[in-house]
Design a protein around this ligand. Structure first.
Ligand SMILES: Cc1cc2nc3c(=O)[nH]c(=O)nc-3n(C[C@H](O)[C@H](O)[C@H](O)COP(=O)(O)OP(=O)(O)OC[C@H]3O[C@@H](n4cnc5c(N)ncnc54)[C@H](O)[C@@H]3O)c2cc1C
Length: 417
């Protein structure tokens, strides 16, 4: 069986890996000169399987309203005439109920926990090193009200099978001594010991090399122009370098997936949610955290990647614009330097922005479509690195006619019809 994977981000490369291991002949096509050079390039680094609560919660509309007009808002909407954004927002608001949140959390968690197991299996099979740390994720709070509001979610997540521990401010510092200077501002934390962190780009590059060793062909520097439909089937993909025919096609183009699907009559509410990251070389051991962190106050994450500290955050609905706006990027750097004042030289910081492929319910879109030969693996939003290996495995299983090890109800594109 010949399969073409469209997109060489972490999701596309993971899909190619499992397809090749399952015996398929695989071609991966991407416009970039290498793997993982768009959204998978410099993300927050967290494998946060225990943090799958979607953006759409009952509290989000009010919070977003309060942030309106603030340039440093964690969630920023650029008011513009964009039908795709308007329709995405309507669906997003419909998901901001307690029962939808619970359903969406359970779905995302199912995939994320499975994905962490698959990541461990890939690591064992390939030996890829990607500055991985298995030290858990600590969610810290400075505001007592926000902390109190977060505690019922811990109960919900633990009931769904997570391991999240509520710890006081002293225990936060004992767990991550680099937080010592911030101790007076902390009210407490929530620790998920089973979570991990690591460099998604290094992993994607390493896995692409492992794929190549398994016989996968990579066509980099190749823009995909359109999928070719014949009746109720997709039979080929036209690229700037020519047409490729195959038995199956997997769309794993991140935020750009809907643009390829729309001409086929498949409307997918995957919208780009822009985020920023800052990477600072670490000055000395002990001054920067090694436990991966979520700072609730500013909705920022911290991951130690070897000798670097990666800080990421903000969500901006600005279409496909990836410009690094200095004000937004500097805000992240400033808050990081406040929390860890001597962690490194801020002048050596590297800035980046990427587009999270976001669905309104916070659950990815995976599996078959109404068109034979066409499969989806996209819309992983804030958790694409966390979910990549699990998503790659289940989509490969579906294509190869095997029964996936987790139930796939609620992940299909039909839920948006
Ligand atoms: C600031 C930020 C922080 C984040 N932090 C985390 C985190 O801590 N943990 C986590 O789990 N996730 C995180 N994410 C989310 C995660 O990075 C994404 O969900 C994930 O990278 C998406 O991977 P992908 O393979 O679907 O998309 P991409 O990595 O964007 O890959 C899609 C590929 O398709 C290619 N492509 C698209 N269109 C075409 C075309 N027409 N022709 C040819 N090629 C095309 C692109 O070149 C690209 O390589 C973060 C994201 C951001 C922006």
């Amino acid at each position: 069986m010949k399969v073409v994977v469209l997109g060489a981000g972490v999701v596309g490369v993971a899909t190619a890996w499992f397809l090749a291991r399952g015996g398929a002949t695989v071609v991966v096509v991407d416009r970039q000169p290498g793997a993982g050079l768009e959204t998978s390039f410099a993300n927050g680094g967290q494998i946060s399987a225990n943090h799958t609560t979607p953006w759409a919660t009952p509290a989000t509309p009010w919070k977003a309203f309060k942030w309106l007009g603030r340039a440093d808002a964690p969630l920023l909407f650029h008011l513009r005439l964009d039908p795709a954004l308007a329709s995405w927002l309507v669906r997003f608001l419909a998901n901001c109920t307690a029962s939808r949140m619970r359903t969406n959390t359970e779905r995302a968690l199912r995939l994320a926990v499975y994905s962490r197991q698959q990541l461990a299996a890939v690591r064992a099979a390939t030996g890829i090193a990607y500055d991985q740390l298995i030290r858990g994720i600590l969610h810290i709070f400075r505001n007592p009200k926000d902390y109190a509001e977060a505690l019922p979610l811990v109960e919900l997540m633990n009931r769904l099978g997570c391991r999240r521990e509520v710890i006081d401010a002293d225990a936060c510092v004992a767990l991550e001594p680099a937080l010592a200077a911030a101790r007076p501002h902390l009210v407490g934390g929530i620790f998920s010991p089973d979570d991990e962190s690591g460099d998604a780009h290094a992993f994607t590059v390493g896995l692409a090399e492992a794929c190549a060793a398994e016989g996968v062909t990579f066509q980099y520097g190749t823009t995909i122009e359109r999928l070719v439909r014949a009746g109720q089937a997709v039979t080929a993909v036209e690229t700037a370098a020519g047409t490729i025919t195959a038995d199956a096609f997997v769309v794993a183009c991140g935020s750009y997936s809907p643009l390829l699907l729309q001409p086929l009559g498949i409307r997918l509410p995957v919208y780009p949610a822009k985020g920023y990251s800052v990477t600072i070389p670490v000055a000395a051991e002990g001054l920067a955290p090694v436990v991966s962190l979520i700072d609730d106050e500013f909705k920022m994450v911290y991951s130690r990647l070897g000798e670097r500290l990666r800080i990421a955050g903000t969500a901006e609905f600005a279409g496909y614009d990836t410009t690094v706006w200095p004000k937004r990027a500097m805000f992240l750097r400033e808050k990081a330097m406040e929390l860890f004042p001597r962690c490194g030289d801020p002048g050596a910081a590297e800035f980046w922005a990427g587009l999270r492929p976001s669905t309104p319910d916070g659950v990815p879109v995976m599996g078959a479509t109404p068109l034979s030969g066409l499969f989806l693996n996209t819309g992983h939003g804030t958790l694409g690195w966390t979910m990549a290996c699990g998503a790659g495995r289940v989509v490969a299983d579906v294509i190869l006619g095997q029964t996936p090890e987790i139930a796939l109800d609620g992940f299909g594109s039909e839920r948006f019809r």
